[in-house]
Design a protein around this ligand. Structure first.
Ligand code: SF4
Length: 364
């Protein structure tokens, strides 16, 4: 028996599905914030198991997808600077910017290296002391602590050529922005699991309190998501919206104090640009003044020039939960994982890529 088998037990799954059907009496719309949850839902055919009255929408929880073109263009401009080595997660490479991509810049001679963690990027900096090494820091609260740790490590070792382009995003502020925009009516939110392992459940409390919307934090296995939906439906049906955790093996209400302290030591909260959503106050992280010599944005100010969005691409609307990938005219016909037009088709956690990979089996 593999460790994951207990989270995919068909009998337990059947019981949860039965309970959801039993409890559900009216139409509800739930948003899975995180792209990882969209993948789980499609991969395990969960939409087909739910009552027709339960509608699932994908949200903005894909770090690659929400990186705005201005920031992506900035990363490409940094890669074109003399002697610079850019380190990035692989997903970012193929994302089309306004006029180019990191992949194209690499093909044109820029030194861009795919890394799996900041440990690799730091090692590259140690091995190339005469060249600036810039790590493209994308991601939510999940990855920010590891990047903070790399800055502290570089500081401790006296590494002078390591820099971070901090494009980090914070989840609760963008959820607030989406709810304030009022474009989508939601009854419940499947809250992100990995992010919540860091921040805990408390930062979501404003959602039921101010908006009356149910919140349950979910893990990423099929049973985690079914349990989460079951708990959301129970909250909605009882009219008692609150924040609950359906991922107790990973999330504590107070979060991970050590990781939060590390983030706070290195980063301060700032506004951030989100693709399709715009500038959201208090939703980004920038390096504190004490660590400014590691801040790529301050050390290498670049002007990426004008930006433009891919014609016909509706990634922005998809990230806001206003449209589905199948609403896009380019989906499957022109835009595919081999030839992606927008970021939601590039990233494994992007809604378009998930619909493309699993859509036929799941009616996507
Ligand atoms: Fe953009 Fe392609 Fe998705 Fe359409 S299918 S929204 S072009 S990524």
């Amino acid at each position: 028996m593999k460790f994951v088998d207990e989270y995919r037990d068909p009998e337990l799954g059947r019981k949860l599905v039965e309970r959801i059907h039993c409890c559900s009496t009216r139409p509800v719309r739930l948003m899975e914030f995180c792209g990882g949850h969209t993948v789980t839902i499609f991969k395990h055919g969960i939409r087909q198991l739910l009552p027709a009255a339960v509608e699932m929408m994908s949200g903005p929880g894909c770090p690659v997808c929400v990186t705005d073109n201005v920031d992506l263009d900035k990363a490409i401009a940094l890669a074109k600077l003399r002697d610079v080595i850019v380190c990035t997660f692989g997903d970012m490479l193929k994302v089309p910017g306004s006029f180019s991509s990191l992949q194209q810049a690499k093909a044109e001679g820029s030194d861009i290296r795919i890394v799996y963690s900041t440990v690799d990027a730091l090692q590259i900096a140690r091995e190339n002391p005469s060249r600036p090494v810039i790590f493209i820091g994308i991601g939510f609260e999940t990855t920010a602590p590891t990047i903070a740790a790399s800055v502290v490590q570089a500081d401790a070792e006296g590494i002078k050529n390591y820099h971070v382009l901090s494009l980090h995003k914070l989840c609760p502020p963008v959820i607030k922005a989406l709810l304030d925009a009022g474009e989508v009516r939601l009854d419940g939110i499947v809250c992100p699991g990995h992010v919540s392992a860091i921040i805990g459940s408390r930062p979501y409390e404003f959602i039921p309190y101010n908006y009356g919307i149910a919140c349950v934090i979910s893990g990423f296995e099929a049973l985690d998501v079914l349990l989460c939906i079951d708990m959301l439906i129970a909250q909605i049906e009882s009219g008692q919206a609150t924040v609950e955790i359906a991922y107790r093996r990973g999330v504590r209400p107070e979060g991970n104090r050590q990781a939060l302290e590390l983030m706070d030591k290195v980063f301060e909260v700032c506004e951030a640009r989100w693709r399709g959503i715009g500038t959201v106050p208090q939703s980004g992280l920038r390096l504190r003044e004490r660590y400014e010599r590691f801040d790529a944005e301050r050390i290498f100010p670049v002007d990426p020039g004008p930006t433009r969005e891919p014609k016909g691409c509706v990634c922005g609307e998809i990230l806001r939960g206003v449209k589905r990938p199948t609403d896009c005219q380019l989906f499957r016909r022109i835009c595919t994982p081999e030839h992606p037009v927008g970021p939601c088709m590039v990233s494994y956690e992007g809604a378009c890529s998930t619909y493309y990979l699993y859509g036929d089996a799941c009616g996507g």
